[in-house]
Design a protein around this ligand. Sequence first.
Ligand code: CAO
Length: 309
Amino acid sequence: MSENNFQLLVSASPKARKFARELGVDINKVQGSERQGRVIENDIKLFVSNNSNQNDKIKISDKDKIELEYSHSEFGEVEKKDIPRIKKISAKYLINSWSNIPHVTNHDEADITELEEFRSSLTDIYTGEIKKITPLAFIVKALTASLKKFPNFNSSIDEIENGKITIKKYYHVGIAVDTPHGLMVPKLRNADNKKISLIGKELKKISEECRNLKIDKKELFGGSMTITSLGGIGGSFFTPIINYPEVAILGVGKAEKKKVYVNGKFVVRVMLPLSLSYDHRIIDGAEAARFNNDLKENLGKNFAYKLAV
Ligand code: CAO
C-alpha cells in the first residue's frame, strides 16, 4: 500500500462513519480533532457547516438568470428564510430532470372498487383487528408486475450518447416521502418478492426514517421507478417530474367514488387517478398507454397478487 493510500484511511469510529455517510460527507476530507487526527461527530458537523454554503448553492446557469427590476420589499413587508438543505439538494436534480428529459404525462383512471372492498376486509387472524394497509402497498405490488412486462420502464439511459440502455433486473420502487425537511425518495427494495402486508410495514418504516433523517444515503439511490402518491392528501391528476436516472414516475391521486358507464348503465365505482410521466426518448406514448392498461388490470377486479397479502 502506498503512503497516499494510508492518508485516505482516516481514523474514525463506526458511529462517526455512519453519521458522515448519512450526511453524504466523504469522511476522508474531514479534519479530525482527536489524537492522530481521529474524526468525531463534531468534526463532521463543523465540516458540513463550513462547506454548506458552497455545496448547497442551487446551480442556475447565468444565461437562465432573470434580473428582477424591483426588489420584493418595494411592494410591502417581506421575510427572508433559509431554504432547507434537502430542498437545495433536490433542486439540482429537479432542474436536471426538467431541463434535460423530454417528459410526457399520460393520465388514466383505475377502477379499484374490488381492491378497496378487499383492502377494508383485511383483519388480523389472531386479534380480529382491522389491518391498516394503505392503497399504496397494493399499487407498489401492481407496479412491479407491470415493470416485469414492460422492462423499458425499469431502465436507465445515462449512456444514451453511446447508444446504451441499462435494463435493471431488480424491482426497487422509489417512494416520494413528504418530510418537514423536503421531499425524499427512499427505495422499497425487491418489492416484487414481498407480500403486501410487508410492503405496508416497510412503507411506514422508510417514511419514518426519512422524516427523522435516519435513512442511509445509499437507500435514496438505485431505484427502478418512483411512485409519488398524493392520495392521502387530495387532488386527482398532476405532472410528476422523473427522478433521474430513472425513466418513468407514477403519480397517484385520491381515489373517489364516481359514476362510470359500464355495460350500458351508470354504476358507482371507486376510481384511482394515475399520472404516468415518462422519458419520451425511450418510451413512446403507445407503450405508456399499454403500461397504464396493464397497471389498471393489476389493480382491477382480477388482481391475482391479493393472494400474497
Ligand atoms: N386514495 C384515497 N385514499 C388514500 C390514497 C388514495 N390514493 N392513498 C392513501 N389514502 C388514505 C390512506 O388509506 C390513509 O387513510 P386512513 O387514515 O383512513 O388509514 C390516509 O389516506 C393517509 O395515508 P398516508 O398518506 O399516510 O399513507 P400512504 O401509504 O398512502 O403514503 C407516503 C405514504 C409516505 C407516500 C405519504 O405519507 C407521503 O409522504 N405522501 C406525499 C408524497 C408527496 O409529497 N409527493 C409529491 C411529490 S412531488 O412534489
